[in-house]
Design a protein around this ligand. Structure first.
Ligand code: CA
Ligand code: CA
Ligand code: CA
Ligand code: CA
Ligand code: CA
Length: 358
C-alpha cells in the first residue's frame, strides 16, 4: 500500500510539475538594477512551453493608437495584437522564429509595409503585408522563398538610402545571409541572396539602422557586433560590447532593438537573457554603454514582470495616449501571473527614459 501511495504521489507530482514551474517566481533582478513596469501584456500564445519569440512594432500611418504588435509563435505562426494586447490575427503558417518590418516598399503600384519572418518549417523567408484598415497580414511571397540555410533563425530587415529593402537571416552555425527583396510584375515579392557574413558561433538578434547603414548583430554567447548593412561594405566588424568585458551582460544576448531619434541620436536595446535585463547603448558614435534595466511586476495592473527575453522591439514613434515617446515590447519567458502560456509585454519608453535619465 505504501509503495502504491508513493507511486501515486510521484505521478501526481509529475502531473503538477509544469504548473509548479509556471507559477515559480520570476528570477530576481540583480541588486541595484533600474526597474520599470509593464502597462500592457498580450493574450498568451496558443502553444505551451517556449513558444512566443519575437515582436515587431508596426506604427499605423495615420492613427498612432491603431498601431499593432506583430509577433511570432515559434511553434505555429504569426500573430497580430492591438495595443490593448487583444489578438487580432493568428496565421498558423509554420514555425516562424523572428519577425521584422519596413515601410515604403513599392508593390502593385502602392507603397506597402513588408513584414518578413524566418520560417523554420519551410527553411524560408515568409513575406507579408499588413492592411492599415483591418490590421491583418496577407502573404505576398512569390512562392516559397527558400533560404538554403540549415535552419533560418534570426531575422532583421534593412531599407537603404536608395529605397532598397533587404532581409538578413542567420542560422545556428554563425552564418548570416542577406537578401534583396524585389516586387514581381504580378505584385508578389521575391528574395535574392546578395551576401554571406560569417560569425564564429550562433547569432540571432539583429537590427539595422536605415539612416546610418549600420547593422548590429548579437552573437549570443560573445558580443554585440556592428558592421555595414550594405552588401558592398564587406565583412569588417567591431564589437560594441562583449559578454566577457561588460558585467551587465550575461549570455545569451538575444533580441536587439533601435530607438531612433532625430539628428542620428537614439539608443540600442539588447536583451541580456542570462540576467533578465536589457542593456542600453547610444545609437551614435562608438555606441557607448548607457545602463541596464529590468521589468518588474505591475501589481496594480495585474501584470507580471519579464524574464528570459528572446525577442524585443522598441519604437520612438508615438503609439497614442500614454505612449507618446514610443514603447518597448518584449517576449516574456514566464507568464507567471496569472499562470499561462508565454506572451509579450509592453513598457512605455517614457518610463525607461526616466529611470535611466536618457
Ligand atoms: Ca526562449
Ligand atoms: Ca523583431
Ligand atoms: Ca537565441
Ligand atoms: Ca513574467
Ligand atoms: Ca501575465
Amino acid at each position: 500500500m505504501i509503495k502504491l501511495n508513493l507511486a501515486a504521489g510521484l505521478l501526481a507530482l509529475m502531473a503538477a510539475a509544469p504548473t509548479l514551474a509556471q507559477t515559480a517566481p520570476s528570477p530576481t533582478a540583480a541588486p541595484g538594477l533600474a526597474l520599470v513596469r509593464p502597462t500592457m501584456e498580450t493574450e498568451p500564445v496558443d502553444h505551451e512551453g517556449d513558444a512566443a519569440d519575437d515582436p515587431a512594432i508596426w506604427v499605423h500611418p495615420s492613427d498612432p493608437a491603431k498601431s499593432a504588435i506583430i509577433a511570432t509563435d515559434k511553434k505555429g505562426g504569426m500573430l497580430v495584437y492591438d495595443l490593448s494586447g487583444k489578438r487580432l490575427q493568428y496565421l498558423p503558417d509554420g514555425r516562424m522564429n523572428n519577425v521584422d518590418l519596413r515601410g515604403g516598399f513599392k508593390l502593385g503600384g502602392r507603397r506597402v509595409t513588408l513584414v518578413a519572418a524566418s520560417d523554420r518549417t519551410r527553411k524560408a523567408i515568409a513575406l507579408y503585408t499588413i492592411d492599415p484598415e483591418t490590421r491583418q497580414l496577407t502573404s505576398v511571397a512569390d512562392g516559397v522563398q527558400a533560404t538554403g540555410l540549415s535552419d533560418p533563425y534570426g531575422l532583421c530587415m534593412y531599407r537603404d538610402r536608395k529605397g532598397g529593402t533587404f532581409v538578413f537571416v542567420s542560422d545556428p552555425q554563425g552564418l548570416v545571409r542577406q537578401w534583396k527583396l524585389t516586387a514581381t510584375p504580378a505584385g508578389k515579392v521575391r528574395a535574392q541572396a546578395v551576401r554571406d557574413l560569417r560569425f564564429d558561433t550562433q547569432t540571432e538578434g539583429c537590427v539595422a539602422d536605415d539612416a546610418t547603414g549600420a547593422l548590429y548583430v548579437a552573437e549570443e554567447d560573445v558580443a554585440l557586433w556592428k558592421l555595414g548593412a550594405d552588401a558592398k561594405t564587406g565583412a569588417a566588424r567591431k564589437a560594441i560590447a562583449r559578454v566577457a568585458d561588460n558585467p551587465a551582460l550575461k549570455d545569451d544576448l538575444e533580441g536587439v532593438g533601435l530607438y531612433a531619434q532625430p539628428g542620428g541620436k537614439g539608443y540600442l536595446v539588447v536583451s541580456s537573457q542570462g540576467n533578465n535585463s536589457y542593456a542600453v547603448f547610444r545609437r551614435e558614435g562608438d555606441n557607448a554603454y548607457v545602463g541596464s534595466f529590468g521589468v518588474a511586476a505591475n501589481d496594480q495592473a495585474g501584470i507580471d514582470g519579464i524574464s528570459g527575453t528572446d525577442g524585443l522591439d522598441v519604437s520612438s514613434a508615438s503609439l497614442g495616449a500614454g505612449l507618446e515617446s514610443g514603447a518597448f515590447v518584449a517576449q516574456d519567458d514566464d507568464n507567471a501571473a496569472p499562470p499561462g502560456r508565454q506572451n509579450f509585454k509592453l513598457v512605455p519608453w517614457s518610463a525607461i527614459a526616466a529611470k535611466l535619465k536618457l
